[in-house]
Design a protein around this ligand. Sequence first.
Ligand code: COA
Length: 153
Amino acid sequence: MTLRYRLIAFDTAHLPELTDLWITAWTKAMPAIDFESRRTWFVDHLIAMRDRGVDVICAFDAANGTMAGFVTLDSKSGHIDQLAVAPTYWAKGAALSLIDEAKRRSPRLLKLEVNQDNPRAARFYEREGFTRRAASANPVSGLKTWRYEWAQN
Ligand SMILES: CC(C)(COP(=O)(O)OP(=O)(O)OC[C@H]1O[C@@H](n2cnc3c(N)ncnc32)[C@H](O)[C@@H]1OP(=O)(O)O)[C@@H](O)C(=O)NCCC(=O)NCCS
């Protein structure tokens, strides 16, 4: 089922809803990790990205105004550091609308890393035309990742 979303630039007023969404989405994707304990890290990380010019784009359910997900995009490099969708909006087109917006803003290249233990995200990116490039590791968690890239044909 695909719903309609309004894409809006992040505002500080969105921070509590966005942070709860990030924790809920990641807890569902990787339940063995305590994402609640990373709340302060995440808030500081997001605000630091925003302050250095990274786009933070939020998708709101057009029917009821609920935040469905968000993506961060450094449009100079094409790097996506964060993409998260609330579990109630999984498989409902929110992630697609966010990644399509990232492609529109960075039409030459997008790049990101996916945890190797996160097959849903890997499948999502592969379905949306991303190519697996190399194995890597997350510098914060040490977890193994895959590097993915998308480039317009
Ligand atoms: C990653 C994320 C943004 C994708 O959004 P989504 O709405 O769940 O994505 P979709 O439902 O459109 O696509 C998921 C795909 O994975 C498939 N899938 C679901 N569970 C799977 C699993 N365990 N293994 C493999 N594929 C799986 C789905 O069937 C679907 O593929 P299909 O359309 O070919 O059937 C969202 O799941 C999320 O926020 N996850 C937590 C945070 C995260 O992982 N962020 C990305 C980090 S790089």
